[in-house]
Design a protein around this ligand. Structure first.
Ligand code: FAD
Length: 479
């Protein structure tokens, strides 16, 4: 009897979507090749999640040192940022993770091929190798995981000198005295927090009427963040559009035009913002150009993303797509990319499982941190759901006082009939960690009553959920 040969599966791109897909496919018995033109870990490990959080950890530590007096400590020297030491630390953290990924790939017998891949036709991939040679691979299943890159603004093309993308800022060898950040989305708000803590004078510009103007980010928690950022002397211009820019020898002048809308009391007349540099954070573009998708019958959408069905299969049989290459139609987040990678590998090898997006946690590593999962209040009301909303301040929780971090609140959006939890949102200390309980609760379909009956250790920040759930269930204790 003929033994069935292992399915030849190629993954293009070794970010969190691609390497997870490669490992899962290997676990399922496929013969896997993973093609990557730069470094394993993709944007997430090299230019995104990990390096920015190393910077954020330094920013948090600086703030703790500044607040030491309030915690009963006498710290005599002022904290100062050492960019070179920070870069060394960042490189070390990235190296440890990259080594770990390479070890996993070897353990799973995934062939890692360094080079730039293009797809000349169904079943083949041409890889341009770093030494100038080429190799052609044969595949029976293909997973596209080529990620994304920073989007440009026509009025502000990146030059790396004064006009920066997030990649440029992570590689700076000298901090600017002042910086204008265009775009108050997740990445813009995170850099505003980091650079403000490092002593840079930060101005944040947003076209829409609030910070983090994403449907999934609840308006109330976004407002709290705006208040806290202003307290930290971050200048915020909402409802403003960049209409021009002039680069001089010493600085950049950014022209801001007011747009109609609410929320910015200082929004009349064109403004000029002068700074040493401009960081453009207006979104990301899927990496699809030049791959050869047209020849496979795969059209990209208006944002350059690859459309795919619920199983993550593209319009071409046997070709799947995961992660940022899917474009902004789906959450462009590392944990989403990984989950899609696992799901796509399983589906490519015979399963038929839809990717679910109803319990995707979104975290903003601002100060304080902001996080949410499920529906915002506005989303729940827009769906016509009878909605009840409960808010509890962190100052009602003992641990927040112990840490000296009482700013912020938690909010539960629940079904008004029966109390099923629809969404959980918070802004405050350790929000990035605290949202994990929200994900579990939402995914399990808990009601506010059930969440209120879960014991929470005392004193912990997680008690904020218990307080909010008790209040939502009509039996408030401290909240
Ligand atoms: P990527 O990570 O972009 O990887 C794609 C890989 O494909 C790259 O390595 C690229 O070199 C390779 N590639 C592309 N084309 C080819 C080709 N033709 N041949 C060979 N290789 C190719 N998300 C979070 O969840 N949490 C965070 O805290 C967070 N912080 C972020 C901070 C910043 C500043 C940025 C920019 C992003 C952040 N993100 C965060 C988003 C996260 O980085 C992305 O969602 C995630 O990296 C997407 O993973 P991916 O595998 O789809 O693509």
């Amino acid at each position: 009897m003929e033994t069935p040969h292992p399915v030849k599966l190629t993954v293009l791109g070794a970010g969190p979507g691609g390497y997870a897909a490669a490992i899962r496919a290997a676990q399922l018995g496929a013969e896997v090749t993973l093609v990557e033109r730069e470094r394993v870990g993709g944007t997430c490990l090299n230019w995104g999640c990990v390096p920015t959080k190393v910077f954020k950890a330094a920013a948090d530590t600086m703030e703790q040192v500044r607040r030491a007096g309030r915690m009963g400590l006498a710290v005599t020297a002022a904290a100062a940022i050492d960019l070179q030491a920070l870069a060394t630390r960042q490189a070390e953290v990235v190296r440890i993770q990259a080594d770990g990924i390479h070890r996993l790939l070897r353990q799973h017998h995934v062939r890692y091929l360094k080079g730039e891949g293009t797809i000349p036709h169904w079943g083949a991939m041409r890889v341009q190798l770093p030494d100038g040679g080429t190799e052609t691979l044969a595949w029976e299943r293909l997973i596209l995981a080529t990620g994304s890159r920073p989007a440009n603004l026509p009025a502000l093309p990146f030059d790396g000198r004064r006009i920066w993308s997030s990649n440029h800022v992570l590689a700076l060898t000298r901090l600017p005295r002042s910086l204008v950040i265009i775009g108050a989305g997740v990445i813009g708000c995170e850099f505003a927090r980091i650079l403000n803590a490092f002593g840079v004078q930060v101005t944040l510009v947003e076209m829409l009427s609030r910070l983090l103007p994403l449907p999934a980010v609840d308006a109330d928690v976004s407002k709290v963040l705006q208040r806290e950022m202003r307290k930290r002397d971050i200048a915020i211009h909402l409802n403003h559009r960049v209409s021009g820019c002039r680069v001089t020898a010493d600085d950049v002048e950014v022209l801001l035009e007011p747009l109609s809308g609410e929320g910015d009391p200082s929004g009349r007349g064109t403004k000029i913002c002068r700074a040493e540099g401009v960081l453009v954070c207006v979104g990301r573009i899927a990496n699809t150009a030049g791959l050869g998708l047209e020849g496979l019958g795969i059209a990209t959408d208006a944002h350059g993303g690859v459309p795919a069905d619920a199983r993550l299969q593209t319009g071409a049989e046997g070709i799947f797509a995961v992660g940022d290459v899917l474009g902004p139609a789906r959450p462009m987040l590392a944990h989403v990319a990984t989950h899609e990678g696992l799901r796509a590998a399983e589906n490519a090898l015979g399963a038929s499982r839809a990717m679910a997006y109803n319990a995707v946690p979104l975290v903003v590593y601002s100060c304080p941190e902001l996080a949410g999962v499920g529906l915002s209040e506005a989303q729940a009301r827009a769906r016509g759901l009878p909605t009840s909303v409960t808010r509890v301040l962190f100052r009602n929780v003992a641990k927040a006082h112990i840490l000296g971090a009482i700013e912020g609140e938690a909010k539960i959006v629940a079904h008004a009939e029966g109390g099923r939890i629809l969404g959980l949102h918070l802004v405050g200390p350790e929000a990035a960690e605290l949202i994990a309980e929200g994900v579990a609760g939402l995914q399990a379909g808990l009601t506010v009553d059930e969440l209120a009956d879960h014991l929470h250790a005392h004193p912990t920040l997680s008690e904020i959920w218990q307080e909010a759930a008790l209040k939502a269930a009509g039996r408030p204790l401290h909240g």
